[in-house]
Design a protein around this ligand. Structure first.
Ligand code: GDP
Ligand code: MG
Length: 160
């Protein structure tokens, strides 16, 4: 039972991370990418992209009934975003921690939103909330040929 549990905790996951238009406009792309890179996750997809309205609506379809939904779609389509696919053991939950709370005023210092933003409606970055949504969102935002499998040389220095 226990070894099985440990093995399942070691599953490689993928997370869809996106720098929103405010992050791009404010010149935060390098800083944000750097945090995931330095942590030790693997970048397998990266592009700058002008998001069409239909894609924004599909990505945020769970929030369709919220009063802020139209403003959210306007925000996400207001300028280019940077789309990323990151891979690693535990990357989904870890990325959420690196990103911080949805409301940047409640996000801890040291997190992306805690360090770089002040308002929920301009919270600079998105991160998948489950491994299932990580897969779903990567498939939504990337074409298959845009994802690149590779082996970082630092691998043995990150994981025993
Ligand atoms: P996240 O997973 O931390 O990004 O938060 P949610 O999944 O709850 O919401 C998705 C995104 O919708 C957030 O990152 C915000 O950009 C936006 N959002 C959520 N709640 C509000 C709100 O109350 N007002 C506004 N303007 N935007 C919101
Ligand atoms: Mg969310």
């Amino acid at each position: 039972f226990l070894p099985h549990l440990v093995a399942s905790l070691e599953q490689v996951e993928q997370s869809y991370i996106m720098i929103k238009p405010d992050g791009v406009q404010r010149g935060l792309v390098g800083d944000i990418i750097s945090r995931f890179e330095k942590k030790g996750f693997k970048l397998i997809g990266l592009k700058i992209f002008q998001c069409p309205k239909e894609l924004a609506e599909e990505h945020y379809k769970d929030l369709q009934s919220k009063p802020f939904f139209p403003k959210l779609i306007e925000y996400i389509t207001s300028g280019p975003v940077v789309c990323m696919a990151w891979e690693g053991v535990g990357v989904v939950a870890s990325a959420r921690k690196l990103i911080g709370a949805t409301n940047p005023l409640q996000a801890e210092p040291g997190t992306i939103r805690g360090d770089l933003a002040v308002q929920t409606g301009r919270n600079v970055v998105h991160g998948s909330d489950s491994p299932e949504n990580g897969k779903r969102e990567i498939a939504l935002w990337f074409e298959e040929g845009e994802l690149v499998p590779w082996t970082p040389v630092q691998e043995p220095w990150l994981r025993e």
